[in-house]
Ligand binder design. Structure first.
Ligand code: COA
Ligand code: MG
Length: 310
């Protein structure tokens, strides 16, 4: 494969505002996805693909990765889940998914229904061997873990530390609600604990937290509201299932022009007050000190990564 496959590893800071699921057996949808504004694409081999089309989906994903130009969009493949039978082994569907799709060199894999660190380690160790055998840069293939079972939520601190390859934790709210015996609602209180656990574990171990899908394809105001709350909680981005959701998600997970302007004022005022010997001061009736200034700096870093600021 040509070096262009590594273009996304050259991105200064990997933005994952919108992460679009694309059924792996649909070359039409994958093709379409190469023209959409999603930051990351998850070519799905799991629940977006019927059981009798798994082999077809693997072939389609390999063909798509080998022939289409994805530009700067991150190319991820979602594996099928591990069997729940003990002991945990890399066999069956996820093992076949990996061995067939690796030749097409995706940027990374999304592991669904992660319940223990072992699930990540097994994939990571396998990738260690493949990278060594083929002379590929070590740790170049990334991992994202989906948290979508009660066990996954409880073990999240261990899961978050399972591998250097791990870059993000992704909430799967529909599966989680089923596992909990909860009913999904628009307000989402049934998955609130999991959302908080995910952003906390991600922050503790330097990962990104990516929020759940919003299944009502026609309710864009509802999507916008859910994005706002996710950002408030600390999520870096949100999974999408339809092209029309991408613009809303990209907009809501990037700082607004007003936020950028306010952050710039704040950083300048902080520098001036520091120079004058004041650590804390008042701006627009609110107290500003170091943590407030750091939050403003992170708004500016995000704006730069999104190309909204030089
Ligand atoms: N990725 C890329 N393209 C997509 C897409 C997606 N997730 N969802 C829809 N499109 C394309 C369609 O192919 C269509 O393009 P076309 O007219 O050129 O064929 C266009 O966007 C409009 O789609 P629309 O007709 O409104 O939807 P649909 O009936 O084709 O598909 C879904 C509806 C829900 C089946 C589809 O959005 C989908 O497959 N979503 C992802 C589901 C998934 O992966 N689930 C598992 C993870 S939660
Ligand atoms: Mg799921």
């Amino acid at each position: 494969m040509a070096d262009k496959d590594f273009t996304d590893s050259l991105r200064p800071e990997l933005l994952r505002r919108s992460v679009l699921f694309v059924p792996g057996d649909s070359l039409r949808k994958i093709n379409k996805a190469t023209e959409l504004a999603a930051d990351s694409l998850i070519l799905d081999l799991e629940d977006g693909v019927a059981f009798n089309r798994k082999a077809e989906a693997r072939r389609t994903v390999v063909e798509a990765l080998g022939t289409l130009d994805f530009g700067r969009r991150e190319r991820l493949v979602r594996l099928n889940p591990f069997s729940t039978l003990a002991p945990v082994q890399l066999e069956g569907l996820p093992a076949e998914d990996l061995s067939v799709t690796l030749e097409a060199r995706p940027a990374g894999y999304v592991i669904p229904k992660v319940e223990t660190p072992e699930h990540i380690r097994l994939v990571s160790d396998y990738l260690d061997r493949v990278e060594a055998e083929r002379g590929w840069p070590s740790n170049s293939i990334r991992l994202l873990a989906m948290i979508e079972t009660a066990r996954g939520v409880l073990n999240i601190g261990q899961i978050a530390q399972a591998s250097r390859r791990l870059e993000a934790l992704v909430l799967g709210a529909e599966d989680l609600a089923n596992d909990l015996g909860a009913r999904r609602t628009r307000a989402g209180w049934e998955v609130f604990y999991a959302r908080s656990a995910i952003v906390t574990a991600a922050a503790a171990f330097g990962l990104q937290a990516i929020d759940m899908v919003f299944v009502d394809l026609n309710d864009l105001p509802g999507l916008e509201e859910e994005c706002r709350f996710a950002r408030q909680l600390g999520f870096a981005g949100k999974t999408a299932i339809h092209p029309r959701q991408i613009e809303v998600i990209n907009r809501l997970f990037a700082p607004s022009p007003e936020e950028i302007e306010q952050a710039m004022r704040l950083v300048q005022a902080f520098a001036a007050h520091q120079a004058a010997g004041a650590g804390a001061f008042e701006l627009d009736g609110k107290m500003v000190d170091l943590p407030v200034m750091r939050a403003a700096e992170s708004v500016l870093a995000k704006a730069r990564a999104a190309g909204l600021l030089n």
